[in-house]
Each structure stands twice: as C-alpha cells, then as structure tokens.
Design a binder for this molecule. Structure first.
Ligand code: GDP
Ligand code: GDP
Length: 435
C-alpha cells in the first residue's frame, strides 16, 4: 500500500508551498474535491523510487476553541488518514503557543510525527532550530520550501522510517478479478455493491490497517471467483471510527491502485462532472482497466436519454477504450452486463502477448507509416516484446527511440490496441534504444 503523508501546522508556515513543490512533477491528481474536503488537497508524489500520497491541510491556527475543535474537521481527517504527519513550523517565527498546542495534540494521537522547521533561509540553523527541540518530537528537519533546500533529504529520512507494509496474516489473498467500485458520494456505489453481491455467499476480508482501508469482499458468481474492493463501506467493519467520513479520497486512490478493473460509477441524473473526470484521469494514470457505469438511468425521462448519451459520449471520448453501461443499481437493470465488460477488460489487460506477434504488428505499422527522419536519419523501430500486464506494456526496440514524436507513439498505441483487440484497458508503448 502506498504511504500517506499529511502536512499539518499553523497557517502561513509554508504547507502549501511544500505541497506544491513536492507534487510539482506530476499535477496533483485529485485536487479540490470541493464540498467534500473543503480544505484538503491531495496529491501524488513521485520522488526517485518513492511514491506516496500527500495531503495538504488548510491549517490549524491554535485559536480554535477547546481541544476538540483544535483538531476537529479537516485536519483531524487528514491525520487519521495519514501514516505519517509532517508537522510544519516556521523557523522565522520561532516557537509559538499554537505550535505547542498542536504538538501536544499530535503526541496524544500517537501518530508518527516529524517536525519540519521551514523558512530556514537566511537564518543560522543552530540558533533557529534550538527552541523547537522543546516540543519533544525528536529531530528537527530544516527546510526552505520556496527553494527546495532540505526538502528531499527530509522526505527521504521520513520515508526510510516507514516499516514495510504488514502482510495480511492468515488470510489467503483474495481470489478472482479484483474490482474496485469507485465514484463520488451518493452516485450509488453502495447500492451497486449490494446489487452485485445479491444473495451470494460472501467472504469479507477485513485487511489489517487503518479505517481508511477498503473492505475486500470475495464471492462467487456462476462458479467464478470475484473480489469487490468496497470503498463505500457497505459491509462495514465494526468499530469503524465515525470521524472518518464515508467517502475518503485516500481510500479511493488505494482501491484504484490495488484493483485489476475499476468500475467507475457516475450519476447519470447529474451528468459527468469534474470530479468524475479527475477519477477517470487517475485510473488511466495508474493503468487500471476501466468500466464506466452511468447509474440512476431509471430516473431519466425517455425523451432525454438520447441527448444525455450523446453528451456523455462526447465528454468521455478520451476514455473511448472503456465500455460505458447505462444502469440502474436500484432496480438491477444492466448490472449483470457489467460483468461482461469486466471480464473483457481483465482479459485485455492480462492476456499474454507473444514477441513474434508484437514484432509483426510493429513492422506492419512501420511499413504502413514510416517514423519521421531526425537530422537526416530515419528512426528505426525493429522489434517489440511484452513488458508487463494490467496495464499491458509493449516495449519497442530500435534506434533514436527517444526522438519518436508523440503523435507516432499514439499511432503505435492505436495500432497495437486494434491488432491485439484490447478493450477496456489503457495500453502503454515504451521504447528501448540500441544506441
Ligand atoms: P500555508 O498557509 O502553511 O500553506 O503557507 P504557504 O505555503 O501559503 O506560505 C505562506 C508564505 O510563506 C508564502 O508567502 C510563502 O511564499 C512563504 N514561504 C513558504 N515557504 C517559505 C520558505 O521556505 N522561506 C521563506 N522565506 N518563505 C516561505
Ligand atoms: P454511495 O454514496 O455512492 O454509496 O451511494 P448510495 O448507494 O448510498 O446511493 C445514494 C442514493 O442514490 C440512495 O438514496 C440510493 O437509493 C440512490 N440510488 C442508488 N442507485 C440508484 C439508481 O439506480 N436509481 C435511482 N433512482 N436511485 C439510486
């Protein structure tokens, strides 16, 4: 499981500057879930070999009334969801009463916390850092978020401390295709999960971890095993912390990461909204197979349906590899058909691809459309082999491959997709150069 780190601290200490610096290389994948997480921002960070989810919180001013409210709301949420808290203070401001209060709260919560003294630029570290040791949080990392100084080494030290993910104990790994049911709140995820499970006997895996983790539900349908990764909390574990809202972005991101196939649920009565597109972008970026379920189709006037379909097709053109289903989780209409697309997407995502066939496709593609000349020399693409599955990766060998233009990469992707009959999964073409 990918670790989750939360930035916590007073306003103005540099949390969002730090967030932007760390997520800069890749856009924050799930920015601004307005209305859900008013003041939290989520980003995915790739730093060398490390990958983690970073949460930025609006800030705790320390002027909130009473201890409960200090940690109430969004900061508490972020802390609960996180494996690690980076408690940021400002070296420039020195230690403040609010810092004291926040530190005390964090110690009481027992969450692994690291102290980061930001805005160290222009200061003498020995003098500036000394007061912060009083907080009793151990080593103080000094950073300048605006220029990045100390940031990388701080993150590396912190990530080193994360223990390897606990293996699920006695439980055998969940069987069958792993399907994550994801979507915004109220689109009908729980209704769909219940509908898909029907009367079937199910085994619920309560994987060890925190309350932010999804529940794994294993079941059989016509003798075939499936596992639903339930982000909606249908079969909720006992003792679930009420503080954690039903919809959690971290949970959704992790479910997507762990699934073979994602069923993305959209509320047809509301149409495709930006958050749906964000989620879809995440699914593609992670290379997961995708099935789209336009739910609550029963609620639409017949005269309106064709218009809505056209509109949705238009907006979802960038995921035209995925099947779109118009369903009613409430009445069960169209739910059975989802399985066909799930199976197809899974097959496409995991089928073996032979080197000889891939090479044949490549050579046909090249003779159909030559790659361009670069400085008077033609790019040569010679052979191709499989480099992984779910998503399928096709590695193309040749020379000057670093110069293959984006439109030609898309052409190859399209050609491989068509020739291999890949439906429901992203496909990746990568290059290896022999010079
Ligand atoms: P947040 O409220 O904690 O998210 O703080 P911001 O990231 O919005 O930063 C508040 C102000 O401090 C902005 O004007 C930043 O440019 C500035 N700032 C952030 N990091 C540094 C730093 O390392 N050094 C200096 N000198 N200023 C910084
Ligand atoms: P979740 O938050 O995504 O898990 O959404 P729920 O499954 O809790 O559903 C939210 C609301 O939408 C509930 O009132 C459901 O009864 C309703 N709902 C779910 N699926 C459908 C559907 O197919 N048609 C209609 N009309 N309502 C639905």
């Amino acid at each position: 499981m990918i670790p989750v780190i939360a930035l916590v601290g007073r306003p103005n200490v540099g949390k969002s500057t730090m967030f932007n610096r760390l997520t800069r290389s890749r856009d924050a994948i799930v920015a601004n879930y307005s209305g859900l997480t008013r003041d939290r921002k989520y980003g995915e960070v790739q730093l060398d070999d490390h990958r983690f989810i970073l949460i930025d919180t609006g800030g705790i001013s320390g002027e909130e009334e009473g201890i409960d409210t200090v940690m109430a709301g969004q900061s508490l949420q972020a802390i609960e969801e996180a494996d690690i808290v980076l408690f940021m203070v400002s070296a420039r401001d020195g230690l403040t009463a609010a810092d004291y209060m926040i530190a005390k709260e964090l110690r009481q919560r027992g969450k692994k916390t690291y102290l980061v003294a930001n805005k160290i630029d222009g200061m003498d570290p020995d003098i500036a850092l000394a007061p912060f040791y009083e907080l009793g949080l151990g080593e103080v990392f000094a950073t300048t978020a605006t220029h990045g100084r100390g940031v990388k080494s701080m993150v590396e030290s912190v990530l080193e401390q994360i223990p390897p993910a606990a293996e699920p104990e006695q439980e055998p790994a969940p069987k069958g295709i792993k399907m994550a049911i994801v979507g915004r709140p109220n689109v009908g995820k729980s209704t769909l999960v219940n509908r898909m499970l029907g009367e079937d006997r199910v085994v619920v895996y309560d994987l060890p971890g925190t309350t932010r983790d999804s529940i794994y539900i294993q079941y059989e349908r016509f003798g075939k095993a499936y596992t639903i990764i339930d982000t909606a909390g249908v079969r909720r574990r006992k003792n679930v912390s009420l503080a954690v809202e039903k919809f959690s972005i971290v949970k959704t991101l992790q479910a997507i990461g762990d699934a073979n196939v994602v069923i993305l649920v959209i509320d047809a009565s509301e149409g495709v909204v930006e958050q749906d597109l964000h989620l879809m972008g995440t699914v593609i970026e992670q290379g997961r197979a995708l099935v789209v379920a336009l739910n609550k189709w029963d609620g639409l006037e017949d005269s309106h349906k064709q218009y809505v379909k056209n509109e949705i097709d238009r907006r979802l053109r960038f995921v035209d590899f995925a099947n779109i289903h118009y369903i009613s989780a409430l009445h069960g209409t169209g739910v059975g058909d989802l399985y066909k697309s799930v199976e197809q997407a899974y097959q496409s995502a995991t089928d073996k691809m032979s080197t000889s066939f891939l090479t044949q496709i490549l050579q046909d593609a090249v003779s159909e459309h030559q790659p361009p000349m670069i400085n008077g020399r033609r790019i040569k693409l010679r052979y191709a082999h499989a480099g992984g599955n779910n998503p399928p990766v096709i590695v193309v060998h040749g020379n000057q491959t670093a110069k293959v233009p984006a439109h030609y990469v898309r052409y190859l992707e399209k050609t491989f997709r068509r020739a291999l009959n890949l439906r429901g999964t992203p496909v990746r073409v990568e290059f290896k150069s022999s010079e």
